[in-house]
Design a protein around this ligand. Structure first.
Ligand SMILES: [Zn+2]
Length: 551
């Protein structure tokens, strides 16, 4: 019998200290839970189906916990847990904020069932992240894995028969996972020298990612492991929470093969032209790994094993991304995997030399083989993606803020951002404008029609005016966000193009189409200004583009 996956030991230790408050809380809230007869009004969303920027009700199994600690901003305490369900077995991070440590949901052990109402879904570094805060009236229910005792954070929590069914099915799923954990055992045995432990659950449910050479990195969004030599290490770039280190790495692959030019379907964010082989760029987001570079544990020339690497597209080039789930293991030059890569590299160099024209001794004298040592190429050979902008702002002096930073601020502000426009809403450009009642100063919920006028649903007047209302999905290297194009801000985005009924005005529609084609061109960026504001009605943060014009 194998147990369901356990969290890293440091987590268990941290949580054990908090058991006192948990016991107290369980006894405090145990009594009010009554099994109601009626079915619940709550619709629960599978974790995979969560939409960024919404508030949702979720159910899942806790796979890892970090004990509450003082939050970096503000006076609150924050507890972080990883929640998984059958739709999202790798799990998502959820931050729970409470003003007082004793108020946290009574989570003690991986395998506890966790239910949250009104959890806000955010985007953190391209991944789903949940936010539970009393500001958004969240409420949680926890069913202890070992004692089965339910506990709640609010006395108004409901508990109906359907809850029992959900809890039972999640339990069965989780216990089934534990039986498949033979892979976990082998991983744990090799884990002692890693700097950061990955969430063990993620390993049991996902297949082990393939180890690739740089020459085999040919497509985006592939999880892989790479053994390579660090050639260059940048300073820490950017400000929290988007700090990162840029590495250049080399593994000896990608030298010209004996016949013809080596080609890849997608240009790589490194130089494939060199006879020394590929040089790849690794963007390291995992702050836990920064110290190994800053304290000199890993310096240029060191061979490393990178785990949890994801290939990413940036401006039409491929690069390698290391996030909070990634690991870095320094390797000795005597490691047999390193020796194999170097041997293969030397063999390729010999073949290249044999093929070289004998009349050109100067060229062969320059080759690495003649110097009898493996010289990694210089970082100067890295090809940086070219940034082409299709918009301009009137605020050239404003600093650039990353999308992840903008989303994390959660306060009223103005930002300048460089990003790619991924898509837009509505998908039908004819719906980019809406009727606007000048009397009520409100845009109508109705759409324009080809013939006939629209009457204002508030005052009944015939509406003759129109406003721009649409959304753009932006992406930079830190994440995605939706920005709204509205009223005069959208008019100036389109270079003064006045809004009108686009079902009637083909001229405006054609001009709009041209402008949008410009925005959506491949490998171009927008330089734009974004303001953030909180909607009164839904208590959600919204972002609007302003003072930005398509060139
Ligand atoms: Zn009106």
């Amino acid at each position: 019998m194998s147990d369901p996956p356990q969290p890293a030991k440091r987590h268990l230790g941290d949580v054990a200290q908090d058991n006192e408050h948990v016991k107290k809380q369980r006894s405090e809230y145990h009594a009010p839970i009554q099994l109601a007869r009626e079915s619940s009004d709550y619709q629960y969303t599978a974790l995979r189906d969560l939409q960024i920027g919404t508030s949702a009700h979720v159910y899942g199994v806790v796979s890892a916990i970090q004990a509450p600690k003082k939050s970096i901003r503000g006076q609150d305490y924050v507890m972080t847990l990883t929640l998984c369900d059958p739709s999202y077995p790798g799990g998502m991070l959820i931050n729970i904020f409470e003003p007082d440590e004793s108020k946290f949901p009574a989570i003690t052990s991986p395998g506890d069932i966790f239910r949250a109402h009104r959890m806000v879904v955010n985007n953190y570094n391209g991944k789903l992240q949940g936010l539970c805060s009393r500001k958004f009236r969240y409420a949680a229910l926890v069913i202890g894995r070992y004692d089965g005792i339910p506990s709640i954070t609010s006395e108004r929590c409901t508990f109906v028969e359907e809850d029992l069914e959900r809890i039972q099915s999640l339990k069965l799923w989780w216990e089934g996972l534990g039986k498949k954990s033979s892979y976990l055992q082998t991983v744990k045995a090799n884990e002692s020298d890693t700097f950061v432990n990955r969430n063990p659950v993620e390993r049991t449910v996902n297949q082990a990612p393939a180890r690739l050479t740089l020459g085999e990195v040919v497509e985006p969004d592939v999880d892989c492991e790479i053994i390579c030599q660090v050639v260059h290490i940048s300073e820490v770039i950017g400000n929290a929470p988007t700090q990162r280190i840029k590495l250049s790495v080399w593994d000896g692959t990608g030298t010209k093969p004996t016949s013809g030019q080596l080609t890849t379907p997608i240009p790589l964010h490194y130089s494939p032209a060199s006879p020394f082989g590929f040089l790849a760029v690794v963007i390291l987001w995992n702050e836990a790994l920064f110290p190994v570079f800053l304290d000199g544990s890993v310096t240029a020339g060191r061979w490393v094993h990178l785990k949890g690497v994801q290939t990413k597209m940036y401006l039409g080039c491929l690069e390698l991304k290391m996030s909070s789930q990634s690991e870095l293991l320094p390797l000795e030059p005597t490691d047999e995997r390193v020796e194999k890569l170097i041997d293969e590299y030397k063999t390729r160099c010999e073949i290249l030399l044999e093929e070289a024209e004998p009349a050109e001794p100067v060229q062969s004298a320059k080759s690495p083989q003649s110097t009898k040592s493996v010289q990694p190429p210089q970082p100067a050979q890295i090809v940086e993606p070219e940034e082409v902008f299709v918009t301009t702002t009137t605020h050239d002096d404003m600093p650039i803020t990353s999308i992840r930073e903008i989303l994390s601020h959660q306060r009223v502000g103005k930002y300048r951002c460089k990003a790619k426009v991924l898509s837009y809403l509505p998908r039908d450009l004819k719906k980019f404008t809406k009727p606007f009642c000048t009397k009520c100063q409100k845009s109508s919920g109705q759409l324009f029609t080809e013939e006939g006028d629209v009457n204002c649903e508030h005052c009944g007047d015939i509406i003759s005016e129109a406003v721009w209302v649409f959304q753009l999905k932006l992406r930079d290297e830190t994440g995605d966000m939706m920005v709204i194009g509205y009223k005069h801000n959208a008019t100036s985005l389109f270079h003064g193009l006045p809004p009108s009924n686009l079902r009637k005005s083909n001229v405006t529609l054609d001009l709009l189409k041209k402008k949008m084609d410009q925005l959506m061109r491949e490998n171009v960026l927008v330089d734009c200004c974004i303001s953030s504001y909180l909607t009164e009605k839904y208590l959600k943060w919204r972002y609007q583009i302003f003072d930005t014009t398509i060139l």
